[in-house]
Design a protein around this ligand. Sequence first.
Ligand SMILES: Cc1cc2nc3c(=O)[nH]c(=O)nc-3n(C[C@H](O)[C@H](O)[C@H](O)COP(=O)(O)OP(=O)(O)OC[C@H]3O[C@@H](n4cnc5c(N)ncnc54)[C@H](O)[C@@H]3O)c2cc1C
Length: 361
Amino acid sequence: MLSLAPHLVGACPRQLCALEMAAPKVAVVGAGLIGLSTALCISEAFPSCRLSVLSEQFSPNTTGDVAAGMLIPHTYPGTPIHVQKQWFKETFTYLFAISNSAEASEAGIHLVSGWQVFKTPPKDEVPFWSDIVLGFRPMSAAELQKFPQHRSGQAFTTLKCDCPPYLLWLEKRLRANGVQVHTRRVADLWELHREYDVVVNCTGIGAHQLGGDPELLPVRGQVLKVHAPWVKHFIRDGDGSTYVYPGIDSVTLGGTREKGSWSLSPDPGTTKDIFDRCRSLEPSLQRAQDVRVKVGLRPSRSSVRLQREVLSRGGAKLLVVHSYGHGAGGFSVHRGTAKEATRLVGECIAALQGSSSRAKL
Ligand SMILES: Cc1cc2nc3c(=O)[nH]c(=O)nc-3n(C[C@H](O)[C@H](O)[C@H](O)COP(=O)(O)OP(=O)(O)OC[C@H]3O[C@@H](n4cnc5c(N)ncnc54)[C@H](O)[C@@H]3O)c2cc1C
């Protein structure tokens, strides 16, 4: 039997039909971190939308499942710093509330304290995000004794999103909000124009082919996930090449940044190199067990593409919102960019409603 939302009970069939026609059909393409978090934000802002997520792959086969999920921003050179700071702040505030709720363990969100250490002091001694993370301060001389090869450092507490749990939690919330989730490869966004009014492109590195964006390039990252439950603090070498990030069930050891490489095959020489570099920061890792090697492609461009586009062919139109290109910092900004993409979807819906009311006149 058809179940109706409370505000529709008692409406006659003609009224229901009119309401159904008024509810825009929106598809989010991509079920990685960006697709799921954007779809959740849209479902919260526009509950009457008929929203679907279409994706070729789901967790545990997305880029976020490889990542450590640390909230330490990466800088996008093509985006003003105040915008990046706003995205980070919105994301931190959102996840901090989850970490402080009964949902925290199911969502895989937890606080983690540690150090970012430098062999040569950084140009910006105080990064733009220092007043958003908790308790940011220069490391003390006593703390620096742990890192004899490093001259300075910063101590702070931030958040970490463990995947798959966070992606599964997002998907569960989407289903609870009535969002349809389908496995589907989209060869061309235009193929969706008869089925949907608005399409949101969250395909990560898939947008290279789907949108033909030459600016979007993979930055390959290889990491190790190891069992070392005694490691409780994060350690990040300031240039970002070597890091030890403890999560709920495993510690992520990294890493590599190989621009333009599309290879998803682990490289055994790189595995040894990562392990040696991490052990020089945290000698106790010598006893780590259950080493699993993972590779992901960061979808990188100078700035996240957050933009509306109107596709048109033969007089027909399709409204598209792009949100891809989060590179090395997707976890750190995803809620902020999801809110911006949702605002752009709102503009599309307003344009659709404007054109349908003009058509009725
Ligand atoms: C090694 C590594 C470590 C990282 N560590 C961190 C970190 O600590 N902190 C941080 O903030 N960020 C980190 N990142 C970056 C972060 O993981 C990414 O920015 C983020 O996961 C990108 O998410 P996405 O949803 O855009 O892409 P993806 O996860 O790749 O999702 C894209 C989705 O689109 C689907 N798709 C693609 N093409 C099509 C198509 N044609 N039709 C249908 N579906 C399609 C895919 O199947 C997939 O579901 C790291 C990345 C890597 C690789």
